[in-house]
Design a protein around this ligand. Structure first.
Ligand code: SF4
Ligand code: SF4
Length: 271
């Protein structure tokens, strides 16, 4: 079990051209549809040059709308969501993050006060040690290359059995809730919360999403080009960011990034 993937959405509608663009900002309007629920969403992006890590807050906000629509439709069909604060069994699962998310999480940790930063860094180091002792580290580093969902699922089960909490988990709640990765936002269940302590394909019912922004992000290259999926487990974020510390990400106007992202999300070609 990993915090990845999910069933295909039933329907989505995405606009890939801005309705309004000035020198300062581009505005995109989308009409998301999911089942019988509908939601107009506006995505605003600055035209100042951003790198991919700086684009993430815009994608996170957009993802919040997508997830909220999924919650609305799930409630409409009478299936209450089991997830709530203080319920963190799923935060022991393999959480995939895009390279840009790894960089952003690393910067977030670097910005924490000394005491918290030291605590979180120690938890990351302990987690990596635990997966190394379990003989999983090399496989985790290349997990994005696994051939299919079944192979990823099997690795996810092995990962979960090591039983290490996400370094950001505090009292069974997310300690970085506004900044959590897209995969965490998109992981909601309607199955009983206790099932998450022993998750498997037969006892976990995930909430379908109208669109899977996380999956698009894994394939979204540094300049917005489509690339083979690339992600790493969240617990390897600091190590990965350290390895890439010398490399600068390219920058381009935020509006152009968003236009490319929406095009890929809707299955279209890069504009
Ligand atoms: S119900 Fe499961 S997926 Fe939802 S917050 Fe609790 S442990 Fe996580
Ligand atoms: S980032 Fe937050 S929500 Fe995601 S696994 Fe870690 S503690 Fe859980």
């Amino acid at each position: 079990m990993t915090k990845r993937g999910g069933k295909k959405p039933t329907k989505k509608t995405a606009a890939t051209k801005p309705v309004r663009a000035t020198d300062a900002a581009a505005e995109f309007r989308l009409n998301l549809t999911f089942g019988e629920s509908r939601r107009p969403v506006t995505v605003l992006a600055p035209m100042t040059p951003l790198d991919l890590t700086e684009l993430l807050p815009i994608l996170q906000q957009f993802d919040n709308e997508v997830v909220s629509l999924a919650e609305e439709e799930t409630a409409r069909v009478g299936k209450p969501i089991s997830c709530c604060a203080g319920c963190g069994a799923c935060c022991r699962q393999l959480v995939p993050v895009a390279p840009s998310e790894a960089r952003r999480l690393s910067a977030l940790v670097a910005s924490m006060d000394d005491e918290r930063r030291a605590t979180i860094q120690r938890r990351f180091a302990d987690a990596v040690d635990a997966y190394e002792r379990a003989g999983l580290l090399d496989r985790l580093a290349t997990a994005h290359q696994l051939p299919d969902e079944q192979a990823r699922g099997e690795l996810g089960v092995e990962y979960f059995r090591v039983d290490v909490a996400c370094p950001f988990l505090e009292n069974e709640s997310c300690g970085i809730y506004p900044d959590r990765p897209l995969a965490c936002r998109e992981f909601l269940v309607t199955s009983p919360a206790e099932n998450c302590r022993d998750p498997g394909p037969d006892n976990i019912e995930r909430v379908k999403m109208p669109a899977q922004l996380s999956e698009t992000l894994y394939r979204f290259g540094p300049t917005g080009e489509r690339q083979p999926a690339e992600w790493i487990p969240l617990v390897m974020s600091l190590r990965r960011a350290e390895q890439k510390a010398d490399s600068q990400l390219p920058r381009q106007p935020g509006g152009e990034f968003v236009q490319k992202f929406l095009s890929q999300l809707s299955g279209g070609r890069r504009p």
